[in-house]
Design a protein around this ligand. Structure first.
Ligand SMILES: [Zn+2]
Length: 494
């Protein structure tokens, strides 16, 4: 008897480092601006001079706690900072102030939509969220490839920029799920306003822990860590590559080595970097220069009440209350700026479905084409709502709306004024339309004859002719009604 081939399952967890969007660093008053001249945002505290004392930036604590609350975490009644010792040229103090055994938040969860079926959702456990400082940045020069660098420059502007590290439970099972988790996490942090989540600038960095095991096996396989992915697509591809690599190693009877691997985006593969060191190597001990953190219930309640509507709740409301499709909901809620523009348009009187259509179609296309953001547009939600109301009220046609939209996007102004200027008002005067219809019937005797002969599908042809004659401005509903009456009369005459 031959046994069936083994089916494997991947077990994936993410460690995400996210820079908090505070004006100053976590333990000193230095600025955190990205892209400044190297080593201009430094001081004795973040450079680790002897005798200096760190002071916790209260905004960092507030942002970390709000992130913890938004991730349904327990907030620690007592928390503290620890020193994580290691030597590296980007770390001037030779230790990083982080949190070890008493993180500020723990045991939470994040709801993501299932990439295979967006109608379904899945809860991913959050093990912990802790605060720490970022390290500086090394710039390798002299050669294009890191291995061939002839010198390295150190920029300490980033040393001491506040971070939260968010560790997920190993609840993810595929590259697509992991990418969705990372995107949802970024959405939550952006909605909260605690981070810009910009991956290109390194504000959001994900490390992946991944192992595979035969389906049904309870114990985990040997895990490998992957670093260096700077897009959601890279996260997905790196995981998919690594799943294949580990399965094929196991099937050939090779052992998986516990190691750190780098994702090489150009070669689309993971490469071994180093064998993983354990946490005991860091010789953690409590940071003696910072007092433990004890949060009062009052401040905690205040921060909890500050939380905005989060992405998952917004998605549910858009579908269940506003009646939008899963697709529209996803496009509108992906970016808080877009969601707010949509909600302001609806608040100004536009029906939700029509507002969603204009934003997800014509306006999105314009933004993509011109590489702009909503904030760059001259169009306001009020003007969009006014334009939609003109269409819904039959004052202008949908086509006329599309005609004035480019002006509204680039120059702003009032849709009513533009309609008047361009003479786009819909023709809904029955007498005017009757005249046009009479002319259309006279000008197309062959089609009229066929219609009389029973080819009633030609109604659409006549509607098209009326539209053509009026430059698309004829009220479609009224045109249909009047044409039916005129054609019925013509048939009765024959
Ligand atoms: Zn400083």
């Amino acid at each position: 008897m031959t046994s069936a081939p083994l089916e494997y399952e991947a077990v994936i967890g993410l460690e995400t480092h996210c820079q908090l969007r505070t004006a100053t660093k976590i333990f000193c008053a230095c600025a955190t601006e990205f892209g400044s001249v190297p080593n201009t945002q430094v001081c004795p505290v973040c450079m680790g001079y002897p005798g200096v004392l760190p002071v916790l930036n209260q905004k960092v604590l507030e942002y970390a706690v709000k992130a913890g609350l938004a991730l349904n975490c327990q907030i620690a009644a007592q928390s503290k900072f620890d020193r994580k010792q290691y030597f590296y040229p980007d770390l001037p103090k030779n230790y990083q102030i982080s949190q070890y055994d008493l993180p500020i938040a723990y045991q939470g969860s994040l709801e993501i939509s299932d990439p295979a079926d967006p109608q379904r959702s899945k809860r991913i456990g959050i093990t912990r969220l802790h605060m720490e400082e970022d390290a500086g940045k090394l710039v390798h020069g002299g050669s294009e490839r890191l291995a061939g660098s002839t010198y390295s420059l150190a920029d300490y502007n980033r040393a001491g920029v506040p971070l939260v590290e968010i560790v997920s439970e190993p609840d993810l099972r595929s590259g697509a799920e992991a990418a969705e988790y990372a995107q949802e996490l970024r959405r939550v942090l952006r909605y909260l306003g605690v981070s810009d989540g910009n991956m290109q600038e390194g504000s959001l960095r994900c490390d992946v822990n991944i192992s595979v095991r035969p389906r049904g096996q309870a114990t985990f396989g040997t895990k490998v860590e992957i670093k260096n992915m700077n897009s959601f697509n890279a996260i997905q591809r790196a995981i998919e590559y690594e799943i294949e690599r580990q399965i094929s190693a196991l099937e050939q009877g090779e052992a998986i080595v516990q190691e750190t691997r780098l994702w090489d985006d150009a070669r689309q593969q993971t490469l071994s970097m180093r064998v993983k060191e354990g946490s005991s190597d860091y010789r953690y001990f409590p940071e003696p220069d910072l007092a433990p953190i004890c949060l009062g219930t009052e401040v905690l309640d205040q921060w909890r009440s500050d939380l905005p509507e989060l992405p998952a709740a917004k998605r549910r409301r858009y579908q269940e209350v506003l009646g939008l499709s899963a697709y529209d909901t996803r496009v509108l809620t992906d970016d808080l700026e877009v969601a707010q523009f949509f909600e302001a348009t609806v608040a100004a009187g536009a029906p939700p479905k029509a507002a969603a259509n204009w934003i997800t179609q014509d306006i999105s296309a314009h933004l993509n084409r011109e590489k702009l953001k909503l904030a760059d547009l001259s169009l306001t939600p009020t003007a969009l709502a006014e334009m939609i109301q003109l269409i819904e009220g039959g004052v202008i046609s949908n086509a006329a709306g599309k005609e004035i939209l480019p002006d509204l996007l680039t120059q702003g102004g009032s849709p009513k004024d533009l309609v008047a200027q361009k003479g786009l008002g819909q023709v809904s005067d029955p007498l005017v339309l009757q005249e046009v219809i009479a002319r259309v019937l006279t000008d197309n005797p062959r089609e009229l004859e066929q219609y009389r002969g029973g080819k009633t599908k030609l109604l659409g042809f006549f509607v098209g002719q009326v539209m053509k004659a009026t430059g698309g401005r004829a009220d479609p509903k009224l045109t249909n009604e009047l044409l039916r009456t005129s054609l019925a009369a013509a048939v009765a005459q024959s």
